[in-house]
Design a protein around this ligand. Structure first.
Ligand code: BES
Ligand code: ZN
Ligand code: ZN
Length: 501
């Protein structure tokens, strides 16, 4: 899909439909819509009355133009109450509009943003509509042999009547990159484990590196052993698919900072010998969501080229039961020398991350951010739509939370404390990979990771077990992978070096 900023006369716009977002408070048609209504001899206002259209969020009024203007339809779409309208309202409404347009087989639409909102600039509105349109247009349907009976929306024109469109165009450019990067992540997460295995994932990372000129080093099982990554290696042992440790680096000419993003990369999580039962094993292809987010972030960074060095780190593995699999009670030694007693082989993500975070710490970046589908406990605590945020540095946590409010990727901080730290003390090793109780399971997982981060480096852990995917979808997310938190982390990196405000 292409999103373009234009200033057009409505009568001659070469699109299938003209779309006007309207708020509940707009009782009468605003001036620009009124003009078209006059040309249509009341075609909009009459329908509005008949259908009792009240501009509830996402509700449509679709008025045919019968050839009186160039577009076939004029659409009013509800934004709801003015005081509740924010960036995410526009993302949602744009997504609903694109889906409706798909159903109606419109290939080109124009969305008018000549409206006035105190809180939001035209740039904010245009960027949000761009993101919502591109994210809402997404579907993962490549495996259906019979194509769905709906067509793609090819083009969205964002209509704005300002003299200088430069700022709006720039906002749309960045928003397009962010949303497309998120869709790229969704595509990867949605692929099942028989298509994307560890070796295949490494290959995708290499292709991305080639495309954008990133440095890349992929370590194979022998090199992983040589690096002393005993925790990660143990998790990978049960699978026929060998582990691959991936280190991507984006290095700009003039670097103003250095961040590491680490993603949990379980191509599939069966639970291992502590095998998952029944429905709990479904969707475990999405246990690579953090790793796929790393690649999405790199895609965006590769397109935008900000002045910040970024390391992308993934310890790719598959958690399977077999005669070679690691067991409960096994004692492992991580790269940083700490010993780990295994309480449960289904708490595997934190073991792979232990070595990935030790590796990241050795790079001595300004900060480390990890993203992981780490615990069911986090989903119980916060619900399916909110990620859990933890870490060793409140300033960095606040930055992540603040950006997430803007991107609409809901996040909430979970508290570390010493009482829970006691609960991951192991009987015969430095640390246990499970808590002694199941309470606060998302936090004890975060506290486990804490053992493997250099305490001098600001670090944030984002548990995305809930919002990484959804069985039916919500807002601008279709069913399956969501691509969360690609926009939040990329935006944070861009803000760090004032690429955006
Ligand atoms: N990959 C799962 C966490 C998960 C659960 C992700 C639901 C997405 C949806 C993780 O490896 C896991 O199995 N965690 C266990 C930890 C437990 C054994 C301490 C869990 O949450 O049950
Ligand atoms: Zn698991
Ligand atoms: Zn897992």
């Amino acid at each position: 899909m292409k999103v373009e900023v234009v200033s057009k006369k409505y009568e001659t716009a070469n699109v299938d439909a003209l779309v006007f977002p309207v708020s509940k408070e707009e009782k009468n048609l605003r001036e620009n819509i009124k003009k078209i209504d006059d040309v249509l001899e009341g075609g909009i206002s009459k329908l509005k009355k008949t259908l009792k259209f009240e501009a509830e969020e996402g509700k449509f009024l679709i008025a045919p133009t019968y050839g009186k203007i160039k577009a076939d339809f004029v659409i009013l779409v509800g934004l709801g109450e003015t005081k509740k309208i924010d960036k995410d309202t526009f993302r949602r409404v744009a997504a609903y509009t694109v889906r409706e347009a798909k159903k109606q087989k419109f290939s080109k639409i124009l969305i008018d943003i000549n409206l006035n909102f105190e809180k939001l600039s035209p740039e904010d509105v245009a960027a949000s509509i761009t993101e919502g349109s591109i994210l809402g247009n997404y579907s993962f349907d490549k495996y259906f042999t019979k194509k769905k009976d709906s067509s793609e929306v090819e083009k969205v024109e964002i209509n704005i009547n300002v003299k200088d469109k430069t700022a709006v165009k720039e906002a749309v450019r960045v928003a397009t990159v962010l949303a497309e990067a998120q869709n790229f992540t969704r595509d990867l997460v949605n692929e099942p484990a028989n298509v994307i295995n560890t070796v295949q994932f490494a290959k995708i990372a290499e292709d991305l590196a080639k495309q954008y000129g990133f440095e890349i080093k992929v370590y194979d099982e022998k090199e992983i052993e040589e690096m002393g990554m005993g925790a990660y290696l143990a998790v990978a042992k049960g699978s026929e698919n060998p582990p691959r440790f991936i280190h991507l680096t984006y290095r700009p000419k003039h670097s103003k900072g250095e961040y590491a993003v680490v993603g949990k990369g379980l191509m599939f999580d069966s639970g291992g010998l502590n095998i998952k039962t029944g429905d709990f094993m479904r969707w475990m292809k999405t246990d690579k969501s953090g790793a796929c987010a790393v690649l999405g972030i790199f895609k965006a960074i590769g397109e935008l080229k900000p002045d910040i060095t970024v390391h992308g780190i993934v310890a790719a593995a598959e958690n399977m039961p077999s005669g070679k699999a690691y067991r409960p009670d096994d004692i492992l030694r991580a790269k940083n020398g700490k010993t780990i007693e295994v309480g449960n082989t289904d708490a595997e993500g934190r073991l792979t991350l232990a070595d990935a975070l030790s590796y990241a710490s050795e790079l001595k970046p300004d900060a480390i951010i990890d993203m992981a589908t780490l615990t069911g406990a986090c989903v119980i605590a916060l619900g399916e739509f909110t990620a859990g945020v933890m870490g060793n540095n409140q300033k960095l946590i606040n930055e992540v939370l603040s950006v997430s409010q803007d991107t609409g990727e809901w996040m909430w901080q979970l508290p570390f404390n010493d009482k829970l730290r006691e609960q991951i003390k192991a009987p015969h090793a430095d640390v246990y990979n499970v808590g002694t109780t199941r309470y606060g399971g998302a936090i004890t997982a975060g506290l486990f990771l804490e053992h493997f981060v250099d305490p001098k480096i600001p670090w944030v852990h984002i548990d995305i077990a809930g919002p990484s995917h959804h069985t039916s979808g919500w807002y601008y997310h279709p069913k399956g992978a969501t691509g969360i938190p690609v926009r939040t982390i990329t935006t944070l990196l861009l803000k760090k070096v004032n690429y955006i405000k």
